[in-house]
Ligand binder design. Structure first.
Ligand code: SF4
Ligand code: SF4
Ligand code: SF4
Length: 436
């Protein structure tokens, strides 16, 4: 058996250049599955960069140079606490303002914040959770924002696919909204919009190609196009900025563009293990009680931290909501087996493929093994301190989200929300045939 992971040439997330391989076996040791779930962790730990993400930034550069397309960038929360490391910044340094300026310098038309999309996901996903609890729906509800986890369930545990929240990931909600609501607002033909996500993640390159994530074209009654056109990783963004000779640390700071440029503290912590759970609990509390959590009760420390599986029982006005959080696909597998055996029961389960969450995604600046733990903790702390700093810390209180619902989606789980913000999952166990 090969000492390295086999990378299919059609893999949308990673490539392997055999000529650079030193046959160290690190990729094989890192990979936890026999059939790829696109997480990119093997690329993070391949010393000579024989395995890397499949790079897409040149294509976007060409589009910016040679076409009049409206190019819209959307940056995920975890990117801003790692990008600085590529420019000799401190580990985990929060570089949001410089990142936005650097992207504008690349010639991009709009720079939006996926923290906005994260708030949108929470509004829909928390509403779905409360609906499932009150109406005897399938429980536990699983988070669905991590495409590697979703693919893992579809391939290895398809019997659990009804547990996955139908809420799309933040990026996929955001781009479906750009090519409908935003396009209409600005009077732009959605066919002329190129949406780019900057993500810590290589699996997003796979996610955006899912056939069903093209709801904007169906909504607009136009020929098929993807809601998200391209995904580039944090590392790709850094490479591009360096190639353009932009001196990152001498840049002024600037703000995201309006309409989808504001995120709350709840959206920001999406990048951390336990962050989606905490954000959802804050909003679920509001849906159940009709009141916002008081400021001194906003933080759910029992769902934070690096323990492989965390459990908590949260009392919301007498309703006991039982939750679990797993990070790392091995830990998720063990948790699923326990749920399957009926040894544990929960209402809501968060899973992230990457250890620590998206802050150590497969497209983030590489960390040496010696500094692995320390750097992950610094990135995590940086997102939590931004949450503490912000005055808006509840997704449903995001003023731009409120405006979006008033003008377009009406309410969570409405017909139009279901059409553009929710999706479905499939039994993909056939992909394992002959492989396991
Ligand atoms: S991308 Fe992830 S799942 Fe795919 S080969 Fe690499 S480590 Fe394994
Ligand atoms: S980690 Fe990289 S160098 Fe090592 S075996 Fe895998 S592909 Fe080859
Ligand atoms: S945990 Fe985050 S970075 Fe890692 S695969 Fe999932 S979505 Fe991507």
């Amino acid at each position: 058996m090969a000492i390295f992971v086999e990378v299919d040439e059609n893999n949308p997330s990673i490539v392997r250049d055999a000529s650079k391989c030193v046959y160290c076996g690190m990729c094989k040791k890192t990979c936890k599955v026999p059939v790829c779930i696109n997480c990119g962790q093997c690329a993070n730990f391949c010393p000579p960069e024989a395995i890397t993400e499949k790079k897409d930034f040149d294509k976007i550069r060409e589009i910016i140079k040679n076409t009049d397309k409206v190019v819209i960038f959307n940056t995920a929360p975890a990117v801003r606490v790692a990008l600085g490391e590529e420019f000799s910044g401190e580990d985990g340094e929060y570089v949001e303002g410089k990142m936005v300026t650097a992207i504008r310098k690349l010639g991009v038309d709009y720079v939006f914040d996926v923290t906005f999309g994260a708030d949108l996901t929470i509004v829909e996903e928390a509403a779905e959770l409360v609906h499932r609890i009150k109406n005897g729906g399938v429980l536990p509800q699983f988070t669905s924002c991590c495409p590697s986890w979703v693919k893992f369930v579809e391939m290895y545990y398809p019997e659990f696919r009804k547990n996955l929240s139908t809420a799309k990931s933040p990026i996929s909600m955001q781009t479906a909204t750009i090519k409908t609501y935003f396009a209409n607002l600005k009077n732009i033909d959605p066919r002329n919009i190129i949406t780019v996500a900057v993500a810590p993640c290589t699996a997003k390159k796979y996610e955006v190609q899912r056939e069903e994530l093209s709801d904007a074209s169906k909504f607009n009654k136009m020929e098929h196009y993807q809601d998200t056109d391209y995904v580039i990783t944090t590392r790709e963004l850094a490479e591009w900025i360096k190639e353009e000779n932009i001196d990152f640390y001498s840049l002024e700071e600037s703000n995201f563009d309006d309409v989808m440029g504001k995120g709350t503290g709840a959206g920001v912590i999406f990048g951390n293990t336990g962050g989606v759970m905490e954000a959802a609990l804050r909003t679920a509390y509001y849906y159940i009680t009709g009141e916002n959590l008081p400021n001194d009760k906003l933080e759910f420390h029992e769902v934070r931290g690096m323990e492989s599986v965390k459990e908590a029982s949260i009392d919301i006005n007498g309703l006991e909501v039982k939750v679990a959080i797993a990070h790392g696909i091995d830990n998720a597998r063990a948790l699923l087996e326990k749920i399957k055996a009926g040894e544990v029961t929960y209402h809501f389960v968060e899973v992230m493929n990457c250890v620590g969450g998206c802050i150590s995604g497969g497209g983030q600046p590489k960390i040496t093994l010696l500094k692995l733990k320390e750097t992950r903790l610094k990135r995590i702390a940086s997102l939590y301190s931004e949450d503490e700093r912000l005055t808006k810390r509840l997704s449903h209180e995001n003023p731009e989200i409120k405006e979006l619902y008033e003008n377009f989606y009406k309410e969570p789980l409405s017909e139009i929300s279901e059409q553009l913000l929710h999706t479905e999952y499939f039994d993909k166990s056939n992909l394992l045939e002959g492989k396991v």
